[in-house]
Ligand binder design. Structure first.
Ligand code: 13P
Length: 260
């Protein structure tokens, strides 16, 4: 994955619990044949663990980076069912999604466990995509900003500047995930601007301007351009619409045009 300029747009697909290794390989081969050799955006895909190796192989030498969907904080040990950062390194995985709301909702993930995973990921050379976002109840109770603030403060606690430099954040309002109910560009921008201001407080202005903030939640080709036109939206984390290669390619292509 290229790191040529500050806040180069970034389009990532999170496949969640979809696709076998064979399906992943076929998809990645298809996508790489559609992409230009040097797209104007960074592109990543996050297959489930069993499909990572096939995806890395199919993506080798292409602009597509492969991400895992989680990582454990210990490097090895008696932790049944977990996968460590060195195991992901060994496969050639470059990135990892941490703290997705589905992990928080169904698997007890907290800001504290996010923080441990994040530190391990970075110290093992994995680039983290840390997800934050409020639930519908929290938004309706007027708690959006305080929820985001806590997720940032606790999830990123104790991060030094060098580590923060590697960070990508994804704002994924839970009410917009898999619901077809996308945040309007204005709502997304408002949250992203808040997050960027908090990053200034937590780190400094230079870092806050460097860290990419992706939006996730019912992103599709129809709404990508309007979302990416917002000043603090630096890309998208795409769920459902990343499962079909032609649809995901369209989103990447729109990202390239917005950037052009
Ligand atoms: P959808 O695009 O399916 O709403 O999912 C978003 C998401 O959770 C990406 O991580």
């Amino acid at each position: 994955m290229t790191e040529t300029s500050i806040r180069r747009p970034f389009i990532a697909g999170n496949w969640k619990m979809y696709k076998t290794a064979a399906q992943a390989a076929e998809y990645v081969s298809g996508l790489r044949s559609m992409l230009p050799a040097d797209p104007k955006v960074d592109v990543a895909l996050a297959p489930a663990f069993p499909a990572l190796e096939a995806a890395v192989r199919a993506a080798a030498g292409s602009p597509i980076a492969i991400a895992a969907q989680n990582v454990f904080w210990e490097t090895e040990g008696a932790f049944t069912g977990e996968v460590s950062a060195p195991m992901l390194n060994d496969l050639g995985v470059e990135l990892v999604i941490i703290g997705h709301s589905e992990r928080r909702q169904y698997f007890g993930e907290t800001d504290q466990t996010v923080n441990r995973r994040l530190k391990t990921a970075v110290s093992n050379g994995l680039r983290p995509i840390v997800c934050i976002g409020e639930t519908l109840e929290q938004r309706e109770a007027g708690l959006t900003f305080s929820v985001l603030e806590t997720q940032l403060k606790d999830g990123l606690a104790g991060l030094d500047h060098e580590t923060a430099e590697k960070l990508v954040l994804a704002y994924e309002p839970v009410w917009a995930i898999g619901t077809g109910r996308t945040a309007t560009p204005e709502i997304a921008q408002e949250a992203h601007r808040f997050i960027r201001h908090k990053l200034i407080e937590l780190f400094d202005k230079r870092l806050a301007n460097h860290i990419r903030l992706l939006y996730g939640g019912s992103v599709k080709p129809e709404n990508t351009a309007d979302l990416l036109a917002q000043p603090d939206l630096d890309g998208a984390l795409v769920g459902g619409a990343s499962l079909k290669v032609d649809v995901f390619y369209k989103i990447v292509d729109i990202g390239c045009q917005v950037t052009a």
